[in-house]
Ligand binder design. Structure first.
Ligand SMILES: *Cc1c(COP(=O)(O)O)cnc(C)c1O
Length: 393
């Protein structure tokens, strides 16, 4: 018996259940097409919504920043790691989103780990959508606050748990994803805001998949619902539509100032690099100059979803570029993904525990980087594999 036998056994279990994740390797820049494990394939997997991850303007900005400021911050933000580029990025993000202030982190994950524990303590309660992202859940657990889930995207359920529990606690916060990453549905933030207002509770939204996607020119879910100045904390990521790396908290200036004092990943983990920050600023230049990329993303989304429905696929409840193809059991989803890959299309199967048992799927991520002929090639492969595996007639 070795001390790690149990791990070997767990890994074997994952493999027999069809839940073992075989991680593929990318040998090219992000874009509509990728080299994956040495093979050229159509990319239906990335969060590169606007095609910015390999955009010449971002690449040039990163190179220039490396030449002028080097490649590493060599410190945490609160000691010697705050460079002019970080502050410029934060100012630009606040202006883009139309909020009082913004603070950046190393990732969206780090932003959630920083924010929830800074705002919530052991005496407090968190009302959390049942399907919130893992990084929100981890942030909530770290805070030590009582986590009370409410039914997914259900303001009536939210109000019911608030009524029942609020009096037992010192303070409260409501936290929801903006766009749910596995189903692509959008939180009813306008209705959630009404509840937050009625009970005078802080409201936090994690808009990782809405940043650069929802709202005017990609200004996010708060803009989408016209809730400017009403949502206290808006978490976002610079690693998805922005095409780079990093997280952001935008909103109330007092909260942002508090996070500079008490956000642990800000205090105890080094800043993002100068090329990262410069590339994010270049992304903002592009988003502020024109809505063209966001518009072509949505045109692609409408086309692809309509064609998939015509083919007879179940694309779930998505209202965003995230397009789940519901298949049911995990082994079928994995087989589907393998067959697509054979046909030159890279689309990942997602199963338990990322989604509930029996709700396995292929998740297609549409991008502005796709040309119509790319989407047509993808549709043709889906039709072929879907018929072969008996998913569509
Ligand atoms: C992807 C995602 C994150 C993590 O963002 P990173 O910048 O990749 O760390 C956080 N929250 C949600 C809802 C996400 O979808």
């Amino acid at each position: 018996m070795s001390k790690t036998d149990w791990i070997t056994q767990e890994i074997e279990n994952l493999k027999t259940q069809g839940l073992y994740n075989r991680i593929r390797t990318i040998g090219s820049p992000q874009g509509a097409w990728l080299t994956v494990d040495g093979k050229r394939v159509l990319n239906f997997c990335s969060n590169n919504y606007l095609g910015l991850a390999n955009h010449p303007q971002l690449v040039a900005a990163a190179k220039m920043a490396a030449d002028e400021m080097g490649v590493g911050p060599a410190a945490v933000r609160s000691i010697a790691g705050t460079m002019t580029l970080h502050l410029e990025l934060e100012k630009r993000l606040a202006a883009f989103k139309g909020v009082e202030a913004a603070i950046t982190f190393q990732s969206g994950f780090a932003a959630n780990l920083a924010t929830v524990p800074a705002l919530v303590g052991k005496e407090d309660v968190i009302f959390s959508d049942r399907l919130n992202h893992a990084s929100i859940i981890d942030g909530c657990r770290l805070s030590g606050g009582k986590i009370i889930p409410y039914d997914h995207c259900d303001p009536a359920s939210l109000e019911a748990v608030i009524k029942e529990n609020l009096p037992q606690f010192r303070r409260a916060i409501i936290i929801t994803d903006g766009v749910f990453s596995m189903d692509g549905d959008v939180a009813p933030l306008d209705k959630i805001y009404e509840v937050a207002k009625k009970y005078d509770i802080l409201l936090m939204v994690d808009d990782a998949h809405g940043e650069g996607v929802l709202g005017k020119g990609g200004r996010g879910i708060v803009d989408h619902f016209g809730l400017h100045g009403k949502v206290d904390v808006e978490v976002g990521t610079l690693s998805k539509a922005f095409g780079v790396m990093g997280g952001v908290v935008a909103g109330n200036a007092t909260i942002v100032e508090w996070l500079r004092q008490r956000g642990r990943p800000f205090l105890f983990s080094s800043a993002v690099t100068p090329p990262d920050a410069a590339a994010c600023i270049a992304a903002l230049d592009i988003l502020e100059a024109s809505t063209e990329l966001v518009d072509s993303l949505w045109a692609n989304v409408r086309y692809f979803k309509a064609e998939m429905k015509t083919l007879g696929f179940d694309t779930g409840v998505s209202a965003t570029p995230i397009t789940p193809i519901m298949l049911g059991e995990a082994p079928l989803a994995q087989q589907f993904s393998r067959d697509l890959f054979e046909a030159g299309v890279f689309a990942m199967a997602i199963g338990y525990p990322t989604v509930p048992q029996g709700k396995a799927r292929i998740r297609v991520m549409i991008s502005a980087a796709h040309e119509k002929e790319d989407l047509d090639k993808g549709l043709e492969a889906f039709a072929r594999v879907g018929k072969k595996l008996g998913v569509i007639a």
